[in-house]
Design a protein around this ligand. Structure first.
Ligand SMILES: Cc1cc2nc3c(=O)[nH]c(=O)nc-3n(C[C@H](O)[C@H](O)[C@H](O)COP(=O)(O)OP(=O)(O)OC[C@H]3O[C@@H](n4cnc5c(N)ncnc54)[C@H](O)[C@@H]3O)c2cc1C
Length: 409
């Protein structure tokens, strides 16, 4: 028999969805346990974009200036080139938000920030190295989680379990929730290249025949994403690292003097891209949000913000029943109803871009020509506000409606 504890809500996964939900519920006076299987938040490939909508939430929480005191870069425009034609894909400077930019910040800083601020509330408990291994079920209800921890097996019992455990969610699998797979034609190789003070500054996306390459300015390094056709990484490896580096140097001449610093495949991480969603996000005693409910494509870099928005909506709807100690299925259904529409719209746009643009570019041997949308963005700068709004604010942006209950004394 292992250890047992009882709490008001058990959140599985300390990513953006889980940490934001844990923070907001604890802030509202609810006891929360967040189980995170890793020892820290220091994983590399998490995506580093904090969009204006999330920055607005930080403002609503009164945390914006503290948050922006953390090291970050500010991106007011997204630039790209398509078949050698340069264009500005989005201009955030007109958004009706406090911050008219995307903040590039290592995700571990964002998660550590939420974790530290969460500790101001007595009900907030994050357990690191605690990997959920199963759900505890009674009849048709989920009543808790089993986890492996350094201290041995642990049972956490709670009126609500929230699966925030990402694209490969164990929670959704153990709950038997049906997954609708929308498919993705690509995977991503994720690595860093040194950045020198002479390098240009802007974050760039490059679309050329057979290749898509994104380079994100992270101060003293470039975070690079090299998009390859789905399941082709073994072939890339078979051809060899020297060949990969040579191709990289040809594609991005800026890197010609430093591609040799990629000395091992260990420096290059494969991220398998999935786009899917649950048909039903909940069961009695259980809810999934974030990538656990809907894995997002990296297109647009909106997955973190969607996960955060889910967490805000869940806290807004659930804080009251959770304080009362019981959550019905109606409330869980309301969370899905609230977030289903933005999720479907964003995934729909991502799949459209995958089908219409990514597949064509990756499969092309010849010179590619910019589609009409890019020509319009070049000709009419005012149009750049539309993608900025969709990316920066999203559809149906959430606002903090859950209260803060301060600790007595
Ligand atoms: C190649 C690629 C690049 C991307 N780039 C961006 C980007 O730049 N910007 C952006 O907004 N989005 C990006 N995304 C999408 C983004 O990463 C996700 O949408 C977002 O991280 C989802 O947040 P989440 O909290 O739902 O899940 P995750 O961030 O996946 O967090 C899940 C957490 O659960 C933990 N966990 C998993 N299983 C267990 C378990 N059994 N027990 C305990 N803990 C567990 C994990 O360790 C992790 O900390 C990218 C995605 C891909 C594939």
């Amino acid at each position: 028999m292992g250890n047992q504890l009882t709490t008001g809500c058990c959140v599985v996964g300390g990513g953006p969805a889980g940490m934001m939900l844990g923070f907001l519920l604890a802030r509202a006076g609810i006891e929360v346990v967040v189980l995170e299987k890793h020892a820290d938040f220091l994983r590399d490939f998490r995506g580093d974009t904090i969009h204006p909508s999330t920055l607005e939430l930080m403002h609503e929480l009164g945390l914006l200036s503290e948050f922006l005191a953390l090291p970050h870069q500010e991106v007011a425009e997204l630039k790209a080139s398509f078949g050698g034609v340069a264009f500005t894909a989005a201009d955030f400077s007109h958004l009706p938000t406090r911050c008219k930019f995307i903040a590039l910040m290592p995700q571990w800083d964002f998660l550590n920030f939420l974790c530290e601020r969460g500790r101001r509330y007595p009900g907030f408990r994050v357990m690191m190295k605690a990997a959920a291994s199963d759900l505890i079920q009674e009849g048709d209800a989920v009543v808790g989680v089993r986890a492996d921890t350094p201290g041995g097996a642990l049972e956490v019992r709670a009126p609500l379990v929230v699966g925030c455990d990402g694209r490969h969610s164990l929670v959704r699998q153990k709950a038997g929730l049906a997954v609708e797979n929308l498919g993705a034609p690509m995977d991503v190789l994720w690595f860093r290249m040194r950045r020198t003070s002479d390098d240009r500054a802007e974050t760039m996306g490059q679309f050329e025949a057979g290749r898509i390459f994104i380079m994100i300015n992270r101060g003293d390094y470039w975070q690079c994403a090299y998009v390859i056709p789905k399941d082709s990484f073994s072939e890339v490896r078979r051809v060899g690292l020297a060949q990969f580096c040579a191709q990289l140097a040809r594609s991005v001449p800026l890197f010609a003097d430093r591609v040799g610093e990629l000395a091992s495949w260990d420096q290059i991480k494969l991220l398998t891209v999935a786009v899917d969603r649950l048909t039903r996000w909940h069961r009695r005693g259980l809810l999934c949000i974030g990538d656990a409910a809907h894995a997002m494509s990296p297109i647009g870099g909106v997955g973190i913000n969607l996960a955060v928005q889910d967490a805000v909506a869940a806290a807004n709807i659930l804080w009251r029943p959770l304080r009362a100690g019981t959550v019905g299925e109606d409330e869980l259904r309301r969370v899905q109803e609230r977030r289903k529409f933005p999720t479907r719209m964003v995934q729909g746009a991502q799949v459209l871009i995958q089908d219409r643009v990514i597949t064509g570019v990756l499969g092309s041997q010849d010179q590619i020509k910019p589609p009409l949308a890019i020509k319009l963005l070049r000709a009419f700068p005012v149009l750049r506000r539309i993608p900025a709004r969709l990316l920066g604010l999203g559809i149906r942006p959430e606002h903090i409606r859950s209260p803060e209950r301060r600790a007595a004394g």
